[in-house]
Ligand binder design. Structure first.
Ligand code: A2P
Length: 277
């Protein structure tokens, strides 16, 4: 029943996936296994999360057919060079113990390195070699994506960015929509602690008899992105997928739109200057 999002290259992603940042070790295997059994079919990982082995093991041992699961990993900044990027992708596949990765993203543009176009060419090559099925980016701003398209002619299928009610990324979402790029939301619950106490979100949640987290995730569903909430708790994992029995009305959506604070709340990590190795 989860709606699907479609990208320019035919990729289809469920509107809710499972994030795995800081999901590590054997407890991590249990968490990802439980998420798959709760019904998650999109699992988000990254080379730099140091949990590709955990995610791959949970997928392999889940009993769910491989082709029903979409697994994501991401290229770290220190391996943007063409040959290193391809080797890193091969390493990701080996760590996961899988034959291919469904979706591979450049994790950060790291603009001062000036290598993300070269990295993108490597991802295009990895796709043509069948190492990965779909390719995209993360934390890219419109200017960065413009350059990829100009220099390679290949538009990303996905852009994964920080996105939540306090930081709604309207301009970036409009850009992504215009290019057939699926916008994925990392940190979809924002600074969860603060946002869970937000009086407007609490009022809307109470009105519908749902939790604040469900209110936020239902908002993501209705604005058309893909949210990847993380929870180690199976009951919360289930709750975070249970988003179709209620609907936010126009007034609720307008009230949440008013929580956007692009001047007061800036990026947790602004890709203009934040770079990750
Ligand atoms: P827990 O793992 O104990 O469920 P983010 O993705 O922005 O980092 O937020 C993840 C945090 O939100 C985790 O600490 C997780 O805690 C918490 N969380 C996820 N789903 C829920 C939920 N349905 N209710 C309350 N907290 C949640």
């Amino acid at each position: 029943i989860t709606p699907m999002r479609k990208a320019n290259d035919g990729l289809e992603l469920p509107a809710t996936g499972f994030g795995t940042y800081k999901v590590n070790g054997l407890a991590g295997v249990d968490a990802v296994t439980s998420a798959i059994h709760q019904g998650y079919r999109l699992i988000d990982s990254a080379f730099n999360y140091e949990n590709e082995g955990v995610v791959g093991r949970a997928i392999r041992e889940s009993g769910v057919p491989r082709d029903e699961i979409i697994v994501t990993s991401k290229l770290p900044g220190r391996h943007h060079r063409h040959d290193e990027a391809l080797l890193t992708i091969e390493e990701s596949i080996c760590r996961m113990g899988l034959d291919y990765i469904d979706l591979y993203l450049i994790h950060w543009p790291n603009p001062s390195q000036g290598q993300y176009v070269e990295a993108w060419e490597a991802l295009v090559e990895a796709r043509s070699r069948g190492l990965v099925r779909h390719i995209g980016v993360s934390n890219f701003l419109p200017g960065h994506i413009d350059l990829l398209i100009r220099d390679t002619g290949v538009t990303p299928a996905v852009n994964q960015i920080e996105l939540h009610p306090y930081f709604q990324q309207k301009a970036q979402r409009a850009y992504d929509d215009a290019h057939g790029i699926i916008t994925e939301a990392w940190s979809p619950l924002g600074r969860a602690n603060q946002m869970l106490r937000d009086p407007d979100l609490r009022r809307i949640a109470a009105k519908h008899g749902i939790s604040v987290v469900q209110t936020i995730l239902r908002w993501h569903l209705q604005i058309g992105d893909v949210a990847i909430p993380k929870s180690l708790n199976p009951e919360r994992q289930r709750q975070n997928l249970d988003l179709t029995a209620f609907e936010l009305d126009d007034q609720d959506m307008a009230d949440i739109a008013a929580l956007d604070n692009p001047e007061g709340y800036t990026f947790a990590q602004n890709p203009h200057w934040h770079e990750e190795a």
